[in-house]
Design a protein. Sequence first.
Length: 500
Amino acid sequence: LKPHQKELFGQPIGLYILFLTEMWERFSYYGMRALLVLYMTTATIGDDRGAGLGWTSQEALALYGWYTMLVYVMSIPGGMIADKLIGQKKAVLAGAIVLCLGHAVLVLTDIWAFYTGLGLVILGVGLLKPNISTMVGGLYKEGDIRRDKGFSIFYIGINLGSLLATMIVGGVVAKWGWHAGFGLAGVVMVFGLINYLYGQKYLKEVGNFVPNVGDKNEVSYGQLYSKLFSSPKQLVIVLLLLVTSVYGWYTLEWGFGLLFIFLTSITALLMMIYKELDSQLFKDRFLVLLLSFIMVIIFWGAFEQAGGLMNLYTDTKTDRMLFGWEIPTVMFQSLNAGFIILFATFIAGIWAKRKLNGKEASSLFKMALGIIIMGFGFLFMVFAAMEFENSGTSSMIWLVLAYLFHTIGELCISPVALSFITKLAPVKYASLMMGVYFAATGLGNKVAGIVGESASEYGELAIFTGIVIFTVIIGLLFIAMLKPLKRLTHGAEESERILK
Ligand code: GLN
């Protein structure tokens, strides 16, 4: 049963409710994220922004890396809860409430409040982020041509929130201190909650829980896990993964050990779901979706240098003077969101036009192209690093061009992937698959941190060059494999028409 939605500017009206809710949520997320490392590294005696935690930058970056990864990894349980227990609509509501609580706790100055607040934000984002994205997909019937464009509009909401946050939160902190900044993130999340509650009447059935009563094939996650023991091949694979995880626990940080064990149990679950799916069509679509997530990890693993290595590069190795004014480093972080807002509809328009002319590009092609374009963006960073090696400074134009290419690449992969998931995932596992997608982006973040750290050993020039070569090759490989991969989608994108 698919809902009938009134239209506004050619899109279902519910899209705008989800757009605004996500815009407020991303404002609070990115606003808080922008403060995190700075707050942790500020001395305990403080400055005019108040006392910080007095950590070393290594300690702060380590926590930051785990935090930004966990918020996305928790999308997996967030998605599972929606699929099997309460539906996406209620999961988003629960997430929004938990986020309000989390930010409220962060207003307090005690250290327990800091950890509790972060923990609540992780849980809140895990419940909200994947499920609100799946709900966007739920606004459209299968084959509706408006879906891709809808996701691009939704993506503008995400970046509008992030742009506003990065522009406003810094000023609030400078005037009223750290905890006012955290508080602002909380107040904004309350707007998001009110907005969502108000919008319920426009969302109609979208995101409601549909219990699979009477479905003979319905199996719980527990049953799926227990079936693992009756399929020796799978069990061997899982045990091997588990041994590797435990080994990881001993050789790396304990956090990695836990992460590997978590990922092993998710891999086991996905294997069993694959086995249980009742037709080859569903199995193939499920598989191609998982394969496309490899592109997602690689993309974010390179892209997310933005907040780390490229940020530091901007700070220390770039000439930021413009007409006698030194542009603050943080302002470069707003370029990405700004470019998204400028170009999202334009790029979506190109794809839509091609589709109407019968020359449509598949999502898989767009995603591979996105990796290549983003990879080319790093070529400008190679030029920057070469200029720095020759003259001891580098022009900011390289950064602007790099961010421009990164953003165009992001627009080819990120909103496209969200939409692709809602086309291909089996309905009863739609939120789980969205969760796995976000977890893949979270792993990409972690990879980015590891690659970025290695720059201190190999130098920026080597790292940027390596990223260009690696990403372009991967993108080309996926394009070379496009035909067999597309076959696995069983025409999920070939029947798209204007439907209402
Ligand atoms: N910037 C986007 C967002 O916040 C993408 C993040 C991601 O997929 N990890 O939604």
